[in-house]
Design a protein around this ligand. Structure first.
Ligand SMILES: [Zn+2]
Length: 370
């Protein structure tokens, strides 16, 4: 047990989510509990992780969730391990919620993305048809997020672009999308920046500088693609070619990278298998499955086309495959599934409540330099 790597989870504690204050001590080694010396609350070492209040060991739960993350059907797990179907479904739900938090905390930070590709998957579920829209950063193969909706409409595309905006720095940006016209206006609207001039009323909106949108329109005859047309819908071809060269080293605009990751998701989420029989009942199950697969893909799976050189003694070197999260600089190593599932997302910083603070609170703030 290492109290220096743990923070207080009490939402009412002034030190919630803060590391390095030396306010955490070990309360019980046997029960694996910590204590916060500021609010006096104790908490277990699994608080904030997937394993919190589970009766099974963390190792066993990790094994089951890893199987789920790589597409093993729940019925197979139930047969093999003798678990109740509802228990496995609950673990999948927990893992999905946890991975969504990890994704929002670590991946949705402003970074230079260069080129983004976006696409939608049509999903059959028990109540009808749903749509899963996802986006990927091309140069690092980082999965940027996804949205599940009952309709393929402007709201679905806007929610997806909002997720991309959360991950993007204000730098030249190229979008390669399919023929869906909704993308162009949705991207331009969501990426427009308000210009604050101190006057009352709705601020003016400024366009994202050096934004390019390329629509890749496929012509199909039956099931075969017979022709592809690239149309620039925003920006210039000169700028688009510059970004294509930087991010994928060719000048051919396409949506192959997002289609490849769609294939990965189709193979790992049984509900996405074409003409499959395991349809999901609730869209939340699909959303949780998407976050679990997406986060395991970003953090735990070395990518075959991403690699870095590892220098060894005696002037030798070796190339190693890295994960998308390593390629973009979120982490420096390949995470294990256990590491991902036990990652504790810090709570948002505590704010001084309205009104005059009590004497005790003032003392605490001065004593702990909060
Ligand atoms: Zn506390």
């Amino acid at each position: 047990m290492d109290p220096d790597k743990v923070f207080c989870h009490n939402p009412n504690c002034p030190a919630r989510g803060k590391l390095g204050l030396k306010n955490i001590g070990v309360h019980s080694i046997k029960q694996r509990r910590y204590i916060c010396h500021i609010c006096g609350k104790t908490f277990t070492d699994t608080k904030g992780s997937v394993f919190y209040r589970l009766r099974h060991s963390a190792e066993f739960v990790t094994q089951i969730i890893t199987l789920l993350a790589f597409g093993c059907p729940i019925t197979a797990i139930v047969q093999a391990f003798g678990l109740d179907e509802r228990t496995v479904a609950d673990w999948q739900h927990r893992a999905g919620i946890h991975c969504q938090k990890v994704h929002q905390h670590l991946v949705q930070q402003p970074r230079d993305l260069g080129q983004v590709q976006a696409d939608e998957i049509r999903v059959k579920h028990q109540g009808g048809i749903a749509w899963l829209a996802m986006a990927i950063a091309v140069s690092t193969r980082l999965w940027l997020g996804g949205v599940v909706s009952a309709r393929r409409d402007t709201d679905l595309i806007k929610s997806l672009i909002e997720q991309v905006r959360n991950c993007a720095l204000y730098r030249p940006l190229l979008f390669c999308v399919d023929g869906l016209v909704t993308y162009v206006s949705a991207i331009q609207k969501v990426l427009a920046m308000p210009v604050l001039n101190g006057k009352r009323g709705r601020p003016c909106l400024k366009e994202w500088e050096n934004l390019c949108i390329v629509r890749v329109i496929k012509k199909a005859s039956g099931r075969r693609v017979t022709g592809i047309t690239q149309r620039i819908a925003c920006g210039t071809w000169k700028q688009a070619c510059l970004l294509l060269k930087q991010t994928q080293n060719t000048l051919n605009a396409h949506t192959a990278y997002i289609e490849r990751i769609n294939g990965t998701f189709r193979s790992r989420i049984t509900a996405l298998v074409r003409r499959g029989r395991s349809l999901v009942r609730h869209l939340s199950t699909l959303r949780n499955g998407m976050y679990l697969v997406g986060t395991v893909y970003n953090f735990c799976t070395p990518h075959k086309s991403l690699r870095k050189v590892l220098y060894l003694p005696a002037n030798s070197h070796r190339w190693i495959h890295i994960t998308p999260a390593m390629a973009i600089g979120i982490t420096d190593h390949v995470w294990t599934a256990r590491e991902l599932l036990s990652y504790q997302v810090p709570l948002p910083p505590w704010k001084l409540p309205r009104g005059r603070p009590s004497k005790r609170l003032k003392e605490l703030i001065n004593q702990w330099n909060l």
